[in-house]
Design a protein around this ligand. Structure first.
Ligand code: NAD
Length: 423
């Protein structure tokens, strides 16, 4: 097999994803030809582009990326991330994870991911709009309802999706809502998309809690991240009777052992921009948050936050991975040895792409479903995938991450083998 440092997209995060794939491929005794194809993304685009700042005479350059990992299964699908340190390797790693995730939950997509290397919080709304429209123009030949369908991710939201949809549609000469998901409902966005990832995570909580002897009612939950994923995971956790005892975002971390008032916290974040300063909670440090005595830990912010350094202090019995790639391989092994049940990202946060798939289907058919239909179909898909993963993990005595990856990789490998090699 080839060396990762010979690849343009080599980076620490890509190595993690590639090693994870290699380990599982080895266990599965995966066909060597397919193995070599799946470790590399099929298409990668790097662009640099200019955008005007609000000071009209000042033009800055941004880096942009779009990676499509596997084109075998249908169009590709994956979010667009705006972050100051995003790079090709990170985007390639996340595209690979999207492939396994879509296959695991049975969606007709290959994985993709995009990114722009900017700090979205350091830009005005007009600057953000110009960056988004120019990035869309740069990747316009790669995306489309039958080609590749972006969605929100870290640092992007419904408004960014609306600008992408508008830019693409202006270029085509007619409205093309199915080019992105996670749009506002006025443009053909799905009701319940915003809450989907958080809700999807919590839909797995009762079954996962049962496996590790945690009672849902009163369970102490710690969440890192209070954005799209973390906020709605917190709301859904409180709805099923859990106590959300601590939350961290970029502004800081807060704790109340009796449980935070999640609705009031959400309003505080809307008003102030962060969880810091929320009355009815104490301020704690990042390290203290991860070491809190709790039942459930939900990393729902950025990658590689559960590491070899902090994993020994983790007290949770159950980790629900809301973020992509939050646990390093080293930390994963320690959690396994400690007997902590980890519901892996490709299963746990698949609610977002599942409701995105519903949105795409509705846009293509111009026929929109009710919120109840969406929520009940989401639950059905999440729970079916959870049971499949649990069943394989028990039959083969594997951890849930390995079992989930095996199911995803097997489906993609099977499709590649029957399609064959062109020409
Ligand atoms: P977001 O930008 O809406 O929110 C991110 C949150 O994390 C914010 O509260 C931010 O303050 C916090 N945060 C960022 N950096 C942090 C740090 N270093 N320490 C502590 N907190 C930090 O992003 P999101 O859409 O909620 O995505 C969060 C994670 O979930 C990402 O890993 C993303 O890839 C993954 N994910 C998102 C979706 C989705 O539907 N949005 C679906 C699947 C996976």
């Amino acid at each position: 097999m080839m060396l990762t440092d010979e690849m343009e997209w080599d980076s620490p995060m890509y190595r993690e994803a590639a090693n994870q794939f290699e380990n599982v491929a080895e266990l599965m005794n995966l066909d060597d030809n397919v193995r070599e194809r799946l470790i590399m993304p099929q298409r990668s685009l790097v662009v640099t582009f200019p955008y005007r700042t609000d000071e009209y005479s000042k033009v800055r350059t941004a880096f942009g990326y779009r990676v499509q990992h596997v084109l075998t299964m249908g169009p590709t699908k994956g979010g667009i991330r705006y972050a100051p340190d995003v790079n090709l390797g990170e985007v390639a790693a996340l595209a690979m994870l999207m492939t396994w995730k879509c296959a695991l939950v049975g969606l007709p997509f290959g994985g993709a991911k995009g990114g722009v290397r900017i700090d979205p919080h350091g830009l005005s709304r007009t600057e953000l709009q110009r960056v988004t429209r120019r990035y869309t123009a740069e990747v316009i030949n790669m995306i489309g309802p039958q080609k590749d369908i972006p969605a929100p991710d870290l640092g992007t939201d419904e408004q960014v999706m609306a600008w992408i949809m508008d830019t693409y549609s202006q270029n085509q000469g007619y409205a093309v809502p199915a080019v992105v998901t996670g749009k506002p409902p006025e443009l053909g966005g799905s009701v319940a998309r915003r809450e989907a990832t958080g809700r999807g995570i919590i839909s797995l909580l009762p079954s996962a809690a049962l496996r590790c002897g945690v009672g849902v009612d009163g369970a102490r939950v710690v969440i890192q991240g209070f954005g799209n994923v973390g906020r709605y995971a917190a709301i859904a956790a409180a709805e099923v009777g859990c106590r959300v005892i601590a939350v961290e975002d970029l502004s800081g971390a807060i704790h109340n052992g009796q449980g935070l008032e999640v609705g009031r916290l959400a309003r505080h974040v809307d008003l102030t921009g962060g969880v810091r300063g929320f009355s009815g909670a104490d301020s704690i440090s990042h390290d203290e948050l991860f070491a809190l005595e709790c039942d459930v830990l939900i990393p729902a912010a950025v990658g590689s936050v559960i590491t070899g350094e902090n994993v020994h202090s983790i007290e949770a019995k159950l980790v629900l991975e809301g973020a992509n790639n939050p646990t390093t391989l080293e930390a994963d092994r320690v959690l396994k040895d400690k007997g902590v049940l980890v519901v892996p990202d490709i299963l746990c946060n698949a609610g977002g792409v599942t409701v995105s798939y519903f949105e795409w289907v509705q846009d293509l058919q111009n026929y929109f479903w009710s919120e109840n239909e969406i929520v009940s179909r989401l639950r059905e898909i999440m729970i079916r995938a959870f049971e499949e993963v649990l069943d394989l993990s028990m039959r083969k005595k594997l951890d849930m991450r390995t079992a989930a990856l095996m199911i995803g990789i097997q489906r993609v490998a099977g499709a590649k083998l029957v399609r064959g090699v062109y020409p």
